[in-house]
Design a protein around this ligand. Structure first.
Ligand code: SF4
Length: 407
């Protein structure tokens, strides 16, 4: 007989919607020739939400913006550190003092003595830097609309509702929240408050192992694919992993299914990595029979299963750098990063699995005009787009981040 649970959560009365960042995610799909940055006025024609910027920046060429950025760097000296995520476009990453993935950059920010950290990445990364950084530092995101569609798929109200529901549904209360780094500070705080933890794509398996020493069951947020791929790598059968769909009552599963589950996956995904298909892999193998296929674990399980290697952005970077000359590599991750790897490894045949060029549309919002604007403002003594996190949220987020460091 099916068990009935009385759920009186707000989710029964409110409408969950798709985040705007997801709706806009194909906005920048273009040809290779169109990839280099144009004056911002031309890029604004792409019909997405941009942050307003003073008009003087709209028509500046990349060269003119470069000189402004260089001038600001000279003037601010050691007081400034610019961080660049691997997925940033070339015209931005060339100004970065340090490049890396979100975790490496947040740690770099935390260890930096600079007064101003300008984070050329997306919102959750700048928030993590804020949480880990010192109080005297100012963290700046050049374009405040640079969110992350995956992080936006787990809004805190929906997650709190799900957490309330799950703790009612599961009679033994045995569940621990684990969130991917790619989530808002409020989600990390929910984990910190409930004995949970943060993970990255490099340490997800170790974090899962740690979580299973604390509880029978994991609620994994917000990327269903990283969660599922990690569970599968650890030998957890798919029938013990269920998907929590925030659009459905009780997440769309029965009490029995939740009780049987070892991993409850939030229904979020990365719009960039879920574009890759098994068909792309077959095409690459057909064109280059010796090709090695390497993909990010945010790809679907079918794509991960059909690849030769899967790993984080840093794993992909190291594999390509260490690969012998003359080898071929088809990569399933963000195009700006793949193109850069191809340029930096000319003796190897490095290409993106997807022939359609679709940069991460939120990372791509960091146009060099925005970088020049926030730096010019700093010289004038004005802080634009400072990222702040409420003290209580920061405190619990830090607990979940620090738990990760012990794993
Ligand atoms: S690549 Fe995916 S997960 Fe990363 S910032 Fe873009 S949308 Fe978010």
């Amino acid at each position: 007989m099916k068990q009935i649970v009385d759920l009186t959560s707000r989710r029964n009365f409110k409408k969950t919607t798709l985040p705007l960042t997801e709706i806009e995610h194909v906005a920048f799909c273009k040809t290779e020739d169109e990839l280099p940055a144009q004056p911002l006025i031309d890029e604004l024609k792409v019909n997405i939400k941009w942050q307003e910027i003073p008009v003087e920046y709209l028509r500046l060429t990349v060269k003119e913006l470069d000189s402004r950025i260089d001038r600001a760097r000279l003037s601010l000296g050691d007081r400034l550190m610019i961080l660049g995520h691997h997925y940033q476009r070339d015209e931005v990453i060339k100004h970065a003092d340090v490049r890396g993935d979100s975790y490496l950059l947040s740690k770099t920010a935390a260890n930096s003595k600079a007064d101003y950290i300008v984070f050329c990445g997306v919102h959750f990364m700048a928030e993590t830097a804020r949480v880990l950084g010192s109080e005297n530092q100012t963290i700046i995101l050049p374009n405040i609309t640079a969110g992350c569609s995956m992080a936006d798929m787990a809004p805190i109200d929906d997650v709190l509702d799900a957490w309330d529901d799950l703790t009612k549904i599961l009679k033994d209360q045995s569940i621990i929240p684990v969130t991917y780094m790619n989530s808002a500070a409020e989600i990390k705080a929910l984990c910190g408050r409930n004995g949970g933890i943060v993970c990255t794509s490099s340490n997800a398996q170790n974090v899962f192992k740690w979580a299973f020493t604390k509880s029978k069951r994991i609620l994994f947020l917000p990327d269903q694919h990283l969660g599922r791929n990690t569970g599968l790598k650890m030998g957890i059968p798919e029938e013990n992993m269920v998907l929590w769909n925030p659009f459905k009552r009780m997440g769309g599963n029965s009490v029995e299914e939740y009780n049987k589950a070892k991993v409850i996956l939030w229904r979020g995904h990365c719009s960039v990595h879920t574009r890759f298909t098994v068909g792309h892999i077959e095409m690459a193998r057909h064109r280059f029979p010796d090709v090695k296929v390497i993909v990010h674990p945010e790809c679907t399980k079918e794509v991960v299963a059909a690849s030769d290697i899967n790993g984080s952005t840093e794993v992909i970077r190291k594999k390509i750098e260490q690969a012998p000359s003359g080898t071929s590599w088809a990569i399933g991750t963000e195009i700006s990063f793949v193109n850069r790897l191809a340029k930096e490894n000319p003796s190897k045949n490095v290409f993106c699995l997807d022939p359609v060029v679709c940069p991460c549309s939120t990372m791509y919002r960091i146009h060099p005009a925005y970088l020049a604007w926030v730096l010019d403002a700093l010289i004038a003594g004005v802080v634009v787009n400072e990222i702040k996190v409420e003290p209580e949220i920061a405190e619990y987020s830090r607990i979940a981040l620090e738990a990760m460091l012990t794993v």
